[in-house]
Design a protein around this ligand. Structure first.
Ligand code: NAD
Length: 513
């Protein structure tokens, strides 16, 4: 029986009512949709309506892009020094910290993320702004001297209006991961948040207004992907699209933007392996395996959702794992003791449950899982689940479930572990547990993933390139890699002396004069 708690002995587990609708933020003003549409955003803990959200269409996207275009070409933003822009970013970071608790509680209400984890995400959102503020002031160019003939140099210039399209998992943190480098580099932005998690983007717009960011520099248009997102992708005045979301959506977006030859950054899905060898520190590996897939309600792109376990330790490790998974505290996300909360939406819950059925039908054994207790029935709760006796060709081992579900697959040799790790379409992250350092580096290099962690959980270093291989993405963000995406290289050639210039069209001129 896993720990379940919706009462929270003596704790205040009431969500604050949200008295205002979530509006678009265009040209420094909060506005309704031009066509007047609204949709509801739900609280995943109860499935009650939290508030109404303005439903953006192509005309709202157009208004926002025009505002961002004016702010880029005519406003002060592009003309400011990096240092001046960085000052604004630091003010945004300070304001996020001031409103940190409110942002965290909004995120819990809108997404079901447990409060202890939502607080961490709010802190990271502030850190994103602080980090890229500093990075921007360190942005340099390159020089290419050619003796005393030429001085050639290359500088980075902003691209223009960026379309930022974000998913519903950790929406505040992921949005700021894009907004901060985008603005730091001198671009202006239109953010289209996911329709299931609009509230923290709206609060962020309030923060931007509070710190007096020039109008039009940052805009938010709410709405559905196929309408508002699509209009942003196809807009002729938006040269770059940074997208985080599902692989299938990423493909559609790249097709839709290809006629205009847009620049894309694609951070897509994953099915990341955690490889545990028999010589590993098994206590630490166990902690990391459990946290790596069940944190953030399992709705985590870099989740270690496939455990590859060496068969010599399989029985014992799986038994200890099952015991821990059974004890995970599923419960009310405002309770600080809760470890796993509800999934974002009833539709997503159905999708995850479909995989639970499928896993059984494919012949895997559900070692931990099952019905959620009655007191959680209103919300989108799914019991943390562990499948054992899984083969790598099963759908539950191949497809991204994006919920609190771990599959365990045995291997015998290092070579087999690598083959299994690589035997999926995705290549986002990998986690390797072994005390054999040579093997650790060898395996990290051979697993096809954009990132690998050795004897570590997913600890981010914001300076390093973040992104995936194969169907997990295109391009990298993070550190100066973000500026590769959010800037253009402009090369300037300067003649310092009298270099020869071939003279065309001079024949006969001397004899005539
Ligand atoms: P999703 O693809 O359904 O939606 C993401 C965003 O795209 C939303 O804002 C949505 O409205 C918009 N969208 C949908 N269709 C569109 C279209 N045709 N044109 C333009 N925009 C459109 O993804 P999701 O379900 O919100 O998020 C979960 C997915 O995101 C998972 O696959 C997860 O792995 C992935 N993800 C990846 C990373 C990463 O860094 N690699 C990080 C977080 C999440």
């Amino acid at each position: 029986m896993s720990h379940v708690d919706l009462k929270g002995a003596g704790l205040n587990l009431e969500f604050e009512p949200i008295s205002r609708p979530a509006l678009h933020f265009i040209d420094g003003q909060f506005v309704e949709s031009a066509e007047g549409g609204w949709f509801d955003t739900l609280n995943p803990t109860t499935n009650d309506v939290l508030t109404q959200v303005a439903e953006g269409t192509a005309s709202d996207v157009d208004r926002a892009v025009e505002a961002a275009y004016r702010a880029f070409h005519d406003g002060p933003w592009g003309k400011m020094s990096a240092k001046e822009r960085a000052r604004y970013l630091v003010r945004i970071a300070d304001a996020i910290e001031r409103h940190g608790e409110e942002l965290a509680r909004l995120e819990v209400a809108d997404t079901g993320l447990p409060i202890s984890q939502a607080r961490g995400q709010a802190a990271r959102a502030a850190e994103n702004f602080r980090f890229f503020a500093e990075m921007a002031t360190r942005m340099t160019g390159e020089t290419f001297p050619v003796g005393d003939q030429f001085l050639n140099y290359a500088i980075r210039v902003p691209v223009g209006v960026a379309g930022l399209i974000t998913p519903w998992n950790t929406p505040l943190m992921l949005a700021t991961w894009k907004i901060a480098p985008c603005l730091a580099a001198g671009n202006t932005a239109v953010l289209k948040p996911a329709e299931w998690s609009p509230l923290t983007a709206t609060k962020l717009a309030e923060i931007v207004q509070e710190v007096d960011l020039p109008p039009g520099v940052f805009n938010v248009v709410h709405g559905f992907g196929e309408v508002a997102g699509d209009a942003l992708v196809k807009h002729p005045k938006v040269p770059l699209i940074s997208f985080t979301g599902e692989t299938t959506t990423g493909r559609t977006i790249m097709k839709n933007g290809s006629d205009a030859l847009k620049r894309f950054s694609m951070e897509l899905g994953g099915k990341s392996p955690v490889v545990v060898f028999d010589d590993a520190d098994l206590d630490r590996a166990l902690d990391a395996v459990v946290f790596g897939v069940y944190s953030l309600n399992g709705e985590r792109c870099t989740a270690g959702s496939r455990l590859l376990i060496q068969d010599s330790i399989r029985e014992e490790f799986e038994a200890r794992l099952a015991e821990r998974v059974r004890r995970i505290r599923l419960g009310h996300p405002l309770d600080p003791a809760t470890e796993v909360g509800p999934l974002i939406h009833p539709e997503h819950k159905r999708r995850v449950e479909h995989y639970l059925d499928l896993g059984r039908r494919e012949g895997a054994t559900m070692a931990v899982g099952g019905e959620v207790p009655r007191e959680l029935a209103r919300g989108n709760f799914v019991r943390p689940t562990l499948f054992v006796n899984v083969r790598n060709d099963m759908c539950i081992a191949q497809e991204e479930i994006f919920g609190p579900v771990l599959v365990s697959i045995p291997f015998t040799t290092e070579e087999e572990a690598i083959q299994l790790a690589n035997g999926v379409q995705y290549g986002l992250a990998a986690y390797i547990w072994t005390r054999d350092l040579e093997r650790a580096h060898r395996v990290a290099r051979r697993i096809e993933s954009g990132m690998a962690w050795i004897n570590s959980q997913n600890v981010r270093d914001l300076r390093t390139p973040f992104g995936g291989m194969k169907q997990s993405g295109v391009g990298r963000e993070g550190g100066h890699y973000s500026f590769e995406f959010y800037t253009e290289w402009k090369t300037v050639h300067v003649a310092l002396g009298q270099h020869p210039i071939p003279r065309f069209g001079v024949s006969g001129m001397e004899t005539r004069s």
